[in-house]
Design a protein around this ligand. Structure first.
Ligand SMILES: [Zn+2]
Ligand SMILES: [Zn+2]
Ligand SMILES: [Zn+2]
Ligand SMILES: [Zn+2]
Length: 357
């Protein structure tokens, strides 16, 4: 991720919705594909200070302040009037269920969920991975359900069973248990599950891995995928996951998988490796923009893996220096390198014709 610059000269960051120096509204301009400051127009709308496109705030920005994206106004095409009502940005338009805002704390959780969703989608755009709805020509349609566990409230004798929400993906629908946006709860789960890292961003990248499998691998490149990740039909997903939770990960998982959980089933291996691929692409982009490393060609997988390993060694030592968890816990053994290559070949950026923005 790069940083951006306000007209006043202040540095702006990807999550900003206001410039801390000049107090102007800032946000994502879909035309500039950047965080920009905006000027207010006579009729209460906005114009990008950079490209002058007329903009309105995404409804989730205007009404709830959980988004920082603008949408191109219909007035750019000559329409006389409009409101931002019902106009959602390219990240919010996939939401089907959002957290119940009557519940204290849910607004803050939703804010964090949207922030990492935007960051994940920025990463997909950067490397040319597809997402969208059937109307966009993408199958299956991407849908987000952000849900909390249903806990009957005994004070009001409310009846009904406890309903647990599982974070996961099913035929285009990505469900996130909003408790994952609670740092205490997530860290408890990380320790209980013996995970090296557990982050909200990691969940989004993992679940998008399942989604991309359905879009680009299912019925298209399954044989190639089986050769690297194993046969997802045998054993079945349910049997494999039950065995994983009963017996634990495969003994030699470190030499073949990016995480213990990846050894549970080929679909989980694909999703875990996909998340690492996006981590790698994003980390090298950020490191190059921060002048920590020389820019690495994002279309050259071998150069990327080499640079990421070296960056990881340096940043792991940095993190250990101040007592944080390792930045890069994965070990890139040869089988993992080849799995990353398969995912890289699915991304548009591996094509010589792909244009980065
Ligand atoms: Zn400013
Ligand atoms: Zn613009
Ligand atoms: Zn939005
Ligand atoms: Zn999964």
């Amino acid at each position: 991720m790069r940083s951006f610059t306000c007209t006043c000269g202040n540095q702006l960051f990807f999550d900003n919705s206001i410039c801390m120096r000049c107090k102007r509204d800032v946000g994502w301009c879909p035309c500039c594909r950047a965080i920009v400051d905006v000027t207010t127009t006579d009729d209460g709308g906005f114009a990008c200070a950079c490209c002058r496109t007329l903009l309105v705030k995404c409804e989730n920005y205007a009404r709830h302040n959980v988004c920082n994206r603008f949408v191109a106004s219909r007035k750019n095409e000559g329409s006389q009037s409009e409101t931002s009502q019902g106009m959602f940005c390219d990240c919010c338009r996939f939401n089907r269920i959002v957290p119940d805002l009557k519940v204290p704390g849910n607004k803050e959780k939703w804010y964090r969920l949207e922030a990492v969703k935007r960051r994940t989608i920025y990463g997909l755009d950067r490397v040319g991975l597809p997402y969208g709805t059937q109307a966009d020509g993408v199958v299956p349609s991407l849908i987000f359900d952000f849900k909390g566990d249903i806990i009957p409230d005994r004070r009001y004798r409310q009846m009904g069973p406890f309903q647990k929400v599982y974070t996961g993906h099913d035929n285009g629908v990505i469900t996130i248990n909003i408790q994952e946006a609670d740092d205490v709860e997530r860290e408890k789960l990380r320790v209980n599950m013996h995970e090296a890292q557990r982050s909200l961003l990691g969940h989004f990248r993992h679940e998008f891995g399942h989604y991309i499998w359905d879009v680009l691998v299912k019925g298209k490149r399954e044989a190639d995928c089986i050769a690297l990740f194993g046969d997802h039909n045998n054993p079945s997903y349910d049997i494999a996951l039950a065995a994983y939770y009963k017996d634990g990960p495969k003994a030699d998982w470190l030499m073949t998988y990016v995480s213990a959980y990846a050894s549970s089933h080929p679909w989980e291996d694909f999703a875990e490796t996909f998340a690492v691929y996006l981590d790698m692409q994003s980390s090298l982009d950020t490191a190059a923009h921060g002048k920590l490393i020389q820019p690495v060609n994002p279309a050259d997988l071998d150069a990327m893996v080499e640079a990421y390993k070296n960056l990881g060694i340096a940043l792991n030592e940095m993190n250990r220096t101040i007592g944080l968890l390792d930045f890069l816990p994965e070990v890139f053994a040869d089988p993992i390198h080849e799995k990353l290559r398969f995912i890289h070949q699915l991304a548009g950026i591996s094509s010589p014709n792909f244009k980065t923005s």
